[in-house]
Design a protein around this ligand. Structure first.
Ligand code: ADP
Ligand code: CIR
Length: 362
């Protein structure tokens, strides 16, 4: 991500060589669906942090290939612009009721999802969180980010003990080679996300951004990227239950220590509407050489309520038939259900993979 001194996405002008329009972009659909009067009224409103509907839709306006194309600058935006956000959120998550939470790890099967241990490279589960009474990434000030980072670092130091004990590393002043290594090893967020750039979420980079991790980098927390907190549990292999158990412990500790923003209907407040609810993305890096070559791979994943990403996260490509597969819905499912969606979906994809491999070998 670039600083404000180098705005835009690395293109000379945001639109000059913009990727082609995604006609299914949710923002366009739901902005167009508003009746003229409502749209006009909403366009004149401002939240207390000065966020507008225009700012909510700017990312998709300048990144035409967006899947969603909208962000919120504060929690209030979800209520103030409800006629826009409500239907968009309901469509993405396939749900319009109230969020429910369940971190009961005993509900996750003990059977390994990949008994051979050969297909799943690594497992990662993250949730996003933001503090009450602060704007979200697009509207937060440099001072507020620093305040949050300091509070976060002190909390990690005091509250994460035993296997969770570790250190916090601010990005400001971090050696560039260390930062790059953390990104390449999948521990740290990338720099220069063009979707976040245009909504202002990369302001003052790298000030206030940082990463906590324990000694073996299985418990991590990012500060002030797309959300103020991304709480992450990850490890090599496919032990989903162990990864979930560690995450649940981290979330419980931080929930007690920090006043996170929760919405009665939308659960955890996050800057991207796709993360509301559990704000949980449970993923595996999994080798699927046969399944991924099928023309209906995307549809297959969609039917299993899964999202496919590349090996370096969102908007990246696969390498060597390894994909990042995760639960798509985060709202309308509990944390346990989000993980079970991933577990069952991967189990099914691995069955198909084995069948296809056996046929090819016959
Ligand atoms: P997020 O998961 O927070 O929405 P990204 O999709 O950008 O954000 O992923 C962040 C980083 O986490 C990337 O480097 C990505 O490769 C890594 N990652 C995601 N899932 C896994 C996994 N199962 N194993 C290892 N690394 C992963
Ligand atoms: C987009 O609209 O494509 C980006 N703003 C990212 C949206 C969230 N990610 C996702 O649904 N996979």
């Amino acid at each position: 991500m670039q600083t404000q001194a180098h705005p835009s996405n690395g293109h000379s002008s945001p639109m000059s060589d913009s990727p082609s329009l995604n006609p299914q972009m949710l923002m366009l659909k739901h902005l167009a669906a508003l009746d003229q009067r409502t749209r006009h009224e909403l366009l004149q409103k401002r939240t207390s942090s000065n966020f507008t509907l225009g700012m909510a839709v700017i990312s998709g306006t300048l990144n035409l290939d967006s899947g969603v194309g909208a962000y919120a600058g504060d929690a209030e935006a979800y209520d103030m612009f409800e006629p826009f956000f409500g239907p968009l959120i309901a469509e993405y998550h396939g749900f319009s009721g109230n969020h429910v939470t369940d971190f009961d790890v005993t509900k996750i099967p003990t059977d390994p999802v990949d008994p051979t241990g050969e297909a799943i490279v690594s497992t990662r589960i993250r949730v996003g969180r933001n503090l009450k009474n602060y704007p979200l990434a697009p509207m937060i000030s440099k001072e507020q980010r620093l305040e949050i980072m300091e509070r976060a670092a002190a909390t990690f130091k005091e509250k994460f003990t035993g296997d969770l004990a570790g250190d916090f590393y601010p990005l400001e002043g971090m050696d560039e080679s260390v930062r790059e290594q953390l990104v390449n090893d999948h521990f740290l967020f990338k720099q220069g996300d063009r979707f976040l750039e245009v909504v202002g979420a990369n302001h003052d980079w790298p000030s206030g951004r940082g990463i906590f991790h324990n000694a073996d980098k299985t418990a991590l927390v990012w500060t002030n990227e797309e959300d103020q907190f991304r709480i992450i549990s990850m490890q090599k292999g496919g032990d989903i239950r162990q990864v979930f158990d560690r995450l649940a412990r981290m979330v419980a500790i931080l929930n007690d220590a920090l006043p996170f923003a929760y919405h009665e209907k939308y659960g955890a407040i996050t800057s991207c509407p796709t993360n509301l609810g559990t704000a949980m993305r449970a993923s595996v890096h999994v080798k699927l050489p046969f399944v991924s070559a099928r023309p209906d791979f995307k549809q297959l994943a969609q039917d299993l309520k899964l999202s496919i990403r590349g090996i370096h996260g969102e908007h990246s490509e696969s390498e060597g038939g390894v994909y990042d597969i995760s639960n798509k819905r985060r709202l309308g499912v509990s944390e346990v259900e989000a993980v079970l969606t991933m577990y069952e979906g991967i189990k099914r994809l691995l069955e198909i993979e084995r069948e296809m491999a056996a046929k090819a070998a016959a």
